[in-house]
Design a protein around this ligand. Structure first.
Ligand SMILES: Cc1ncc(COP(=O)(O)O)c(C=O)c1O
Length: 411
């Protein structure tokens, strides 16, 4: 081998590495960027865009950042489990201000880099103590779940979405739950199910909890959209039901969407244990997981969220802005269904009004989705559309393109 310059290809340890398949959603965005069509619209994204088509920086966030800049809290490391004040405020937001589970010390929370980071830490933790368990995901689920849990566990699915009704297959779901082996981990979307937008009713959650207790399952609630369905308190129903029930569970939450802080990576992992002592032992183990993964979490976004949650004025501002995002998505759902009707679409798209959160499973076939891309409308192959990426300007183009296809190829 010569002393300088690249080694011969045959000598490189990386030569046999195959290229990974493109991420289905990020890959779609890359294809969208390359498309020269000036009318193109990307409904494949997983972010809320405002009326101008950009990710908003909330006023509450700007105000909190101005205060932080002034206070200059320094750039030292945070503790392994993150900012203690942030963790306390997050617990109160998720579990309720005066929740018995907090008073009893049965809940522990660690700051995490976004919802993904929280899920990763939770999966690594579970792997240490339940290495042979199976993880069950809804069919379908957020596509990163399978990859994330698949690095450690056998991953299987339970029935969830019924394409015939565009709603929940609750009977199928329950049949699967009663057959799950003891201590299986079951991942549940606490609200605004991604990708379908189909959620459980309160009565159905009570039933799910009952079966989880009966089968000694380990619920892992993914809570990435608090405030996007009905409101901050109402959306926490399932999380609080499980946390107060006495059944140990995990909760991964994200502030990417609710504070529009995607790139700051803000979230948390909360573990609810049977006793305060068990919670502390679990916390010590979760901290070991964090230490070997990224040592301690990024500070800025969490300080912003903590400041907003702990200050009456900023909090009011944030809650109003979150309400604004939620209500705007709801009115976009109505506008979209109306626009399809105005284009002469005869199929009933009323189900889009029942679905909650940023996404809808449109029912569009893969074939239709691929054809629409040729015309500049980008949708994930499953037919998931991001309602939160629509606006007054792009809606006519979207409705017209979809209607043209539905008239020729029924979905
Ligand atoms: C269901 C679900 N869980 C977790 C996440 C990850 O959130 P974050 O971007 O904060 O990592 C998302 C983001 O799209 C999601 O939809």
């Amino acid at each position: 081998m010569s002393e300088a310059g690249p080694v011969p290809v045959s000598e490189s340890p990386f030569a046999p590495i195959p290229a990974a398949p493109p991420d289905p959603i990020l890959g779609l965005t890359e294809a969208f960027r390359r498309d020269p069509n000036p009318h193109k619209v990307n409904l494949g994204v997983g972010v809320y865009l405002d009326a101008q088509g950009v990710v908003p920086t909330l006023h509450a966030v700007r105000a909190a950042e101005a205060r932080l800049l002034e206070a200059a809290p320094g750039k030292g490391y945070l503790p392994i489990d993150g900012d203690p004040e942030y963790n306390r405020r997050v617990q109160a937001l998720l579990l309720g201000e005066n929740a018995p589970v907090i008073r009893e010390g049965r809940a522990v929370t660690v700051q995490a880099p976004g919802g993904t980071g929280a899920l990763r830490v939770g999966a690594d933790f579970l792997h240490r103590f339940l290495p042979d368990t199976t993880v069950f995901l809804s069919a379908p689920s957020w596509e990163n779940h399978a990859a994330l849990f698949g690095t450690h566990f056998r991953v299987q699915t339970y029935p969830y979405y019924d394409p015939r009704t565009h709603g929940l297959d609750f009977a199928g779901m329950m049949e699967a739950f009663v057959r799950m082996p003891r201590h299986s981990v079951v991942v549940l979307h606490a609200c605004c199910h991604n990708p379908t937008g189909v959620d459980l009713s309160a009565a159905q959650w009570v039933e799910v909890l009952r079966v989880c207790r009966e089968r000694a399952l380990v619920p892992f609630l993914d809570f990435a959209y608090q405030g996007f369905a009905e409101g901050i308190e109402a959306d926490a129903f399932a999380v609080r039901l499980f946390a107060e029930s006495g059944l140990p569970c995990l909760i991964a939450n994200s502030f990417s969407k609710s504070f529009s802080l995607y790139g700051e990576r803000v979230g948390a992992l909360t573990l609810v244990a049977a006793t305060a002592d068990e919670a502390q032992r679990a916390l010590s183990q979760i901290k070991r997981v964090v230490r070997v993964n990224y040592s301690n979490p990024p500070a800025h976004g969490a300080l912003v969220v903590s400041l907003i949650l702990g200050d009456a004025t900023l909090r009011q501002m944030w809650e109003a802005e979150l309400t604004g995002m939620r209500e705007r998505i709801q009115s976009l759902r109505r506008d979209f269904v109306q626009a399809l009707g105005a284009q002469g679409v005869s199929q009933d798209f009323g189900f889009i009004l029942q679905q909650r959160g940023m996404f809808s499973y449109s029912g569009l076939s893969r074939e239709t989705v691929l054809q629409l891309r040729q015309e500049g409308l980008y949708i994930v192959e499953s037919g998931r559309i991001c309602i939160a990426a629509m606006n007054e300007r792009n809606l006519p183009f979207i409705a017209e393109a979809i209607a043209r296809h539905l008239r020729s190829v029924p979905c």
